[in-house]
Write a protein that binds this ligand. Sequence first.
Ligand code: PRP
Ligand code: URA
Length: 209
Amino acid sequence: MSKIHILDHPLLQHKVTILRNENTTVKDFRQIVSEVATLMCYEATRDLPVEEIEVQTPVAKAVAHQIAGKKMAIVPILRAGLGMVDGILTLVPGAKVGHIGLYRDPVTLEPVKYYCKMPSDIALRDVIVLDPMLATGGSASAAITFLKEYGVQHIKLMNILAAPEGVARVQADHPDVDIYIAALDDKLNDHGYIVPGLGDAGDRIFGTK
Ligand code: PRP
Ligand code: URA
């Protein structure tokens, strides 16, 4: 069974509260989604392997550590996942970025794929899938299935908010994928929106409503 990591650092809780507030402006919402992604990245990369190296300081030789050559990629689910990209690249500037375009059919709530572009060596990389919202879990599960078809072996999922239904769906479909979230909400409403949630993440990031 995959692990669910609820990242409840006080800074994250504070920023998520600002995201939930319906009065938060588009500009602030976009900025804070990015900041939340940076903070979550710090925790989600805690298990990266390190190796010892020797480095010459101005004073003496030191035995120090560096990341052990792990190749990373991040894959935002369009559109809303785009809002998390810069925040991750702030900490991991060398990560490659693949894109998967999925939208949720408003009636069936099933994900519909409309775009895909991956780095050519994606199968060799550890991948973090990004999407602020894990609602039914249909979009995340489809994106992960797609990456596995490309041969990706190590996948993590990062969402800001999740509903229990979405967590259960990803854990059932992809028991090898750990999930990192900043808050686990109560439920979905009849339209598949997370309750209490923060509304439509894509619309709030891009100002389309
Ligand atoms: C939202 C969100 C996820 C999806 C989550 O995207 O960003 O991708 O819904 O729902 P699910 O877990 O039930 O699949 P949306 O379809 O609204 O597209 P957008 O990002 O282009 O706004
Ligand atoms: N997508 C969103 O943007 N918000 C939700 O609450 C559910 C799906």
